[in-house]
Design a protein around this ligand. Structure first.
Ligand SMILES: Cc1cc2nc3c(=O)[nH]c(=O)nc-3n(C[C@H](O)[C@H](O)[C@H](O)COP(=O)(O)OP(=O)(O)OC[C@H]3O[C@@H](n4cnc5c(N)ncnc54)[C@H](O)[C@@H]3O)c2cc1C
Length: 503
């Protein structure tokens, strides 16, 4: 199945322009359609591409790329817009992958599924379940596309589980020159390792060959513990189950600990109608709205929410249902990967800072909770877990009823703490780092050779930029996010606020 052949059809460069235009017409989103504009799920970034295309086939994707090449317009693939940043935004052509959503092959024996890049995880779970299979690990949601997941090195939780991209065994990419290239660890390895966190720029991901496992159930225990207890015992808590995640309610001084392990127990779903629909959704959103106008109340709302959710619970369900959580409202979010060894010190520093804010009558009054997850080290060049066991710390500020709330000062201070602890940003989420910072965080032997006979060379940021430059010398697949963070271009067209929903 993992063919080593490139599978490019004949080049499109000889296609007459009228024919190209006629072929593009059926997949062109009308300019007066709401889909001609792109807004991310969090309602924090928005763009009006020159044209939005919704190809149904891989050949139609190639037509879009050819059109971009001929007209000098950049082409940006977009999944379902769940990235809390402008990583998918463009003023050029947008290639939305919503209709490239087919599961193409299922090899039950080998545990490999081949799916088109626009297949959502929800669709994948359904297809896999019908063959008694499942993804080995999943993050908090399953709405996103498999290509969006992989190209941002998204993660779940579990100290012995790596970034979700590590489950991709091979990719079929459409390159800016129109060729289609199959890559895996043995075939075009540089392209493969770069594309497992390729930020949409190493090629359009047409197909993903994903390693999957026999379907399994998880039993999740949730309990609330004092923050001090959790920090003191962090190592034993993190290793106490296969998948551990924490929600820290700083104003309440408690941490909700979720620990999940495989089980054969009968299903016992957790959610009650009352919690998820009445209290969990409407009441808390209303309280956030009040907190928006009276931020002093946010600490009380936090304590109230921690109390509402404080009883120990047990749930047993299909793996992905336990992995997923109800992410509720639109939100601003920032998430950073710090070395696992820095967890205790970093959490203590965040606590000291938040207590100082709380003690200051004019201090920041954030929402809650802070989400903390864990992943194992991997080899993907730009994965935030590259070469190090990782603790992910994420801060969210909810937008009740979609309304903006203050978040910038909060995120800036948080980022200054996590960066002191060696933090690397989650690529899908907005962050302030530039090539100089990123080169230091993702060292490469191309920058500073550290000759160690017999050791594989370090591959990092510089190798990634090198692949981008080779595969896409004209920058056809770039966008302002890539210009800014990968190439250090700072101009009016690439600024952080170009695609901000509120400039
Ligand atoms: C509520 C919520 C919960 C989340 N939970 C988690 C979590 O638990 N763990 C985690 O790590 N992340 C999480 N994320 C982040 C999410 O996994 C990523 O943002 C993911 O990229 C979203 O996929 P998407 O299909 O929406 O892609 P988009 O946001 O549309 O695009 C993301 C990137 O993928 C590129 N892209 C999309 N399709 C293709 C393609 N076919 N070829 C090439 N490039 C492509 C785009 O150009 C862009 O660079 C969460 C986000 C939200 C909103």
């Amino acid at each position: 199945m993992l063919s080593t052949m490139d599978v490019s059809p004949p080049p499109l460069s000889t296609l007459p322009s009228e024919t190209l235009a006629a072929l593009l017409a059926p997949i062109t989103v009308p300019s007066d359609s709401p889909s001609a504009r792109f807004t991310n799920w969090g309602l924090s970034f928005t763009c009006s591409p020159q044209v939005v295309y919704e190809p149904r086939t891989e050949d139609e994707c190639a037509l879009v790329v050819e059109h971009g090449r001929r007209t000098g317009q950049r082409v940006r693939a977009a999944g379902v817009g769940h990235s809390p940043s402008d990583v998918a935004c463009t003023s050029g052509f947008m290639l939305r992958t919503t209709r490239l959503d087919r599961v193409l092959e299922m090899d039950v024996e080998k545990g490999i599924v081949v799916a088109q890049g626009g297949t959502t995880l929800n669709a994948l779970h359904a297809a896999l379940a019908s063959h008694g299979l499942a993804m080995a690990n999943v993050g908090s949601i399953s709405e996103q596309t498999i290509a969006g997941l992989i190209t941002t090195a998204s993660h779940g939780t579990g100290i012995h589980h790596k970034a979700l991209s590590t489950y991709a065994r091979a990719l079929l990419l459409l390159l800016p020159d129109g060729s289609r290239v199959h890559c895996d660890p043995a075939t075009h390895p540089d392209l493969y390792w770069a594309s497992l966190c390729g930020l949409g720029s190493t090629g359009i991901v047409l197909r993903v060959h994903l390693a999957v496992v026999p379907a399994f159930r998880l039993k999740e225990l949730q309990r609330s513990l004092p923050f001090d207890h959790v920090v003191t015992n962090i190592d034993s808590i993190v290793h106490s189950a296969e998948h551990v995640r924490l929600w820290w309610f700083p104003q309440a001084g408690t941490v909700r600990v979720s620990s999940s392990d495989r089980t054969t127990d009968p299903k016992k779903p957790a959610a009650s109608f009352l919690w998820h629909n009445l209290l969990g959704y409407h009441l808390i959103q209303f309280l956030f709205l009040i907190g928006r106008y009276l931020p002093i109340l946010n600490a009380w709302i936090c304590r109230f929410s921690a109390w509402l959710d404080s009883a120990p619970t047990v749930a047993v369900d299909d793996s992905w249902r336990i992995f997923n959580v109800d992410c509720k409202y639109p939100q601003y979010t920032t998430e950073w990967a710090i070395p696992y060894t820095a967890t205790r010190a970093c959490l203590q520093d965040i606590r000291i800072w938040l207590e100082a804010e709380q003690a200051n009558p004019n201090g920041l009054r954030p929402h809650f909770p802070i989400e903390i997850r864990f992943s194992d080290a991997d080899d993907i060049w730009l994965s935030p877990s590259h070469d190090q066991r990782t603790t992910w710390i994420g801060l969210i500020q909810y937008k009740p009823y979609g309304l903006p709330v203050p978040y910038r000062a909060l995120f800036a201070h948080f980022e200054s703490i996590v960066t002191q602890h060696g933090g690397r940003p989650h690529w899908a989420k907005a962050h302030p780092l530039r090539p100089r910072d990123l080169r230091r965080l993702y060292p490469s032997d191309l920058d500073v050779p550290h000759a160690q006979p017999g050791k594989t060379p370090r591959r990092g940021f510089t190798d990634f930029v090198d692949v981008l430059t080779r595969v896409d010398p004209e920058g056809l697949l770039r966008n302002p996010y890539i210009d800014r963070h990968l190439f250090g271009i700072e101009d009016d067209a690439s600024g952080e606020r170009v695609f901000k929903a509120r400039p």
